[in-house]
Every structure is written in structure tokens, then in C-alpha cells.
Write a new protein. Structure first.
Length: 168
């Protein structure tokens, strides 16, 4: 009888807590994201960096959720570079790592091979997450240089240039 009473009291207390109104800080999420002007600056600097290295590329910048913020293509970059750059940026943000590293993981064996079957994912170097204060705030994707390692290098150099404006 005592066990049933204690159990009933415990259930009643649990229901009372569950029905209590949530506080705003418990119900809402706060996050950092790049402003469009910073995303545009990142895309422009990355494109110019690649051009200075002798490459015509497309650059895509996505927000922390993978939504496209900026797309820019140099005049002689191939038509395929637009969608490829966006997919690389999306993949970097979605998987929270560079697409060059993901490409290595996919090549290593069956554990990550299924990544190839995920719509929009592209494990080909050139996609890099953009971080500020330890949080991902966006991603950049580059396509068009003669190798994924060069696309990756261009993306990282573009991020390095704008990093001071992201650090707080």
C-alpha cells in the first residue's frame, strides 16, 4: 500500500513538473550566423584568391544550415562548377568537416561508403566549414581548380582572410 502511495505521489509530481510552463531560455535556441555582407566578402575574396593562383572557379557560401547565401562564378569557370561548389559547401556544413577529409574517409572503406548515397552530399575537396568562437557559422565551397586539394586550399585561404571579422 505504501509503495502504491509513493508511486502515485511520484507520478503526480512528475506530471506537475511536465505541465509547468517552459522558460524562454529552455525553449529557444540562440546561434551565430554570418551576415550576408560577410558571406559576400568571403565569396569575393575566395574567388580572387583562386584567380590569383591562375584558376577560374565558382564559389558558394552557405549559412550554418546549408542554405545558399552567395554564389559567384568567374567568367571562364565551367557550367558544372556552380552546382558542385554549392554541394561542397552544403556537405561541409552538414557533416561538420571539410569535404577533402570526407573524401578520404569514403575512400578508406565501407564504413563511410554510404555517404555517396546521400542526396546533395559531395565528398570531393573544396568544401570547408566556417567557424567563429568554436561554432560553425557557415560553409564555403569552391569548384573549378584542377584538383580538389587546390579547391580546398582556395577555400581555406578565403576563410583566413575574413577570420578576423568573425572572431569575437
Amino acid at each position: 500500500m505504501i509503495r502504491k502511495t509513493l508511486l502515485g505521489l511520484g507520478l503526480a509530481a512528475g506530471l506537475a513538473l511536465a505541465s509547468a510552463p517552459a522558460k524562454a531560455e529552455d525553449a529557444l535556441v540562440t546561434y551565430k550566423a554570418m551576415k550576408p555582407s560577410v558571406a559576400l566578402e568571403l565569396a569575393t575574396i575566395t574567388l580572387e584568391t583562386c584567380r590569383d593562383m591562375g584558376y577560374q572557379v565558382a564559389v558558394a557560401v552557405v549559412d550554418r544550415f546549408g542554405n545558399l547565401q552567395v554564389m559567384i562564378r568567374d567568367q571562364f569557370a565551367g557550367a558544372h562548377t556552380l552546382s558542385t561548389a554549392e554541394r561542397k559547401a552544403w556537405t561541409a556544413v552538414s557533416f561538420r568537416t571539410t569535404t577533402l577529409e570526407l573524401g578520404d574517409l569514403v575512400a578508406e572503406g565501407p564504413l563511410m561508403a554510404g555517404l555517396r548515397d546521400i542526396s546533395n552530399a559531395l565528398a570531393l575537396g573544396g568544401g570547408v566549414p566556417v567557424e567563429a568562437a568554436g561554432s560553425i557559422v557557415g560553409g564555403v565551397g569552391v569548384s573549378g581548380a584542377p584538383g580538389p586539394d587546390i579547391d580546398d586550399d582556395c577555400a581555406k585561404k578565403g576563410i583566413e582572410e575574413i577570420q578576423p571579422s568573425l572572431d569575437f
